[in-house]
Design a binder for this molecule. Structure first.
Ligand SMILES: Cc1cc2nc3c(=O)[nH]c(=O)nc-3n(C[C@H](O)[C@H](O)[C@H](O)COP(=O)(O)OP(=O)(O)OC[C@H]3O[C@@H](n4cnc5c(N)ncnc54)[C@H](O)[C@@H]3O)c2cc1C
Length: 313
């Protein structure tokens, strides 16, 4: 039995929902599962830590996310506990931390954005070329750093148990300083967390019209996404962009409004459970990919849809 660590990411005061997917996969390995959580308020999270055998609570004067201090601390933890695996969800923070951890440790392999990992054969599978191919990678090094694509792995019921608690102080090794953080303009739910996404394309015609989508999204408790054409036309901000050069999302419901359905957009949302398209062009490629399609003018259909939904939701 080996030691397997998991980065427990906290986002807006909550444990990121995809951590459960990582724990579910890790648990199937039969290894000893360590959770690594950076917080000075452990009591707020202790009831959400099902499935872990041990929890390492990293504390410090400042736990503001910084890839240098977080990666240095995790690298120390991996060495101290002789871990053979360290895993996490493939989030923006993980993209910053995991390569730095790999750079600090010897005989270590990092495979990001996996859609499968088999503990027996040590084979990871990840999409490449915008999801056109799946690549199988056999990891031969003893230490394996693996991040998993979100919303792909099933979540299983896990016992709360009574994990052993280990405390650790965050490293103070910081080589770069964040001078400014510019927050995005979008007020809606982050599309990476949303179960429903309402997305607009160039067909929205102008920035102000995205308010129509914000209205629909607020009824559905949805996030608002956008095509690259909408972002390039400055109707929407980049953090809303879905696709090859934006975010890869996997909601239960994706409503594409005034979006043609170009391959570069499709690769970012093709694993959505249900796709609904609203487009005035019956030949738009999005209709070949959608489960449900509405042909017509979005400026008539979306307000009607909103009115009907308001009656039932
Ligand atoms: C390397 C590369 C990377 C890229 N990455 C991305 C990416 O990450 N994400 C992305 O989205 N694209 C990406 N693209 C761009 C992509 O190829 C398309 O150009 C883009 O997705 C088109 O956006 P769109 O569907 O909003 O616009 P359009 O193709 O212009 O489609 C607009 C649609 O709106 C419909 N419409 C117009 N008016 C109305 C109305 N009143 N009512 C209903 N429907 C209406 C039209 O019929 C049309 O189908 C990338 C391209 C390249 C080359």
């Amino acid at each position: 039995m080996s030691n397997l660590g998991i980065y427990i990411e906290i986002k807006k005061g909550k444990i990121q929902k995809n951590v459960k997917e990582v724990v579910s996969l890790a648990k199937s390995s039969g290894n000893t599962i360590f959770g690594v959580i950076f917080t000075n308020e452990f009591q707020n999270f202790k009831d959400e830590l099902n499935g872990f055998d041990k929890i390492i609570n990293v504390k410090g004067d400042s736990l503001v996310f910084h890839p240098d201090s977080f990666s240095e601390t995790i690298a120390e933890i991996i060495k101290e506990h002789d871990m053979e695996y360290f895993m996490g969800s493939y989030s923006f923070k993980a993209k910053e931390i995991f390569p730095r951890i790999a750079g600090k440790l010897d005989e270590c392999s990092l495979v990001n954005d996996c859609v499968n990992y088999d503990f027996g054969s040590a084979i990871a599978i990840k999409p490449v070329y915008s999801g056109k191919l799946l690549k199988e990678i056999e990891i031969k090094n003893k230490l394996k750093l693996i991040t998993l694509r979100s919303n792909v792995f099933p979540v299983v019921d896990l016992d709360a148990g009574s994990p052993e608690l280990i405390e650790k102080t965050i490293s103070d090794k910081i080589r770069s300083k964040v001078i400014n953080v510019k927050k995005s303009e979008s007020k809606s739910i982050d599309i990476m967390d949303a179960d429903i996404i309402v997305s607009g394309g160039r067909g929205m015609k102008e920035k102000e019209n995205f308010q129509i989508l914000e209205g629909l999204a607020s009824i559905l408790n949805a996030g608002v996404g956008a095509s690259r054409a909408a972002v390039d036309s400055e109707f929407a901000s980049y953090n809303m962009q879905v696709g090859q050069t934006g975010k890869v999302v996997n909601p239960k419901l994706y409503i594409a409004i005034g979006i043609s359905g170009a391959i570069q957009h499709f690769v970012g949302m093709k694993t959505s459970k249900i796709i609904v398209a609203i487009n005035k062009d019956s030949e738009a490629p999005i209709f070949k990919k959608a489960d449900y399609g509405i042909i017509g003018d979005l400026f008539k259909i979306v307000p009607m849809l909103k009115d009907e939904l308001e009656k039932v939701l």
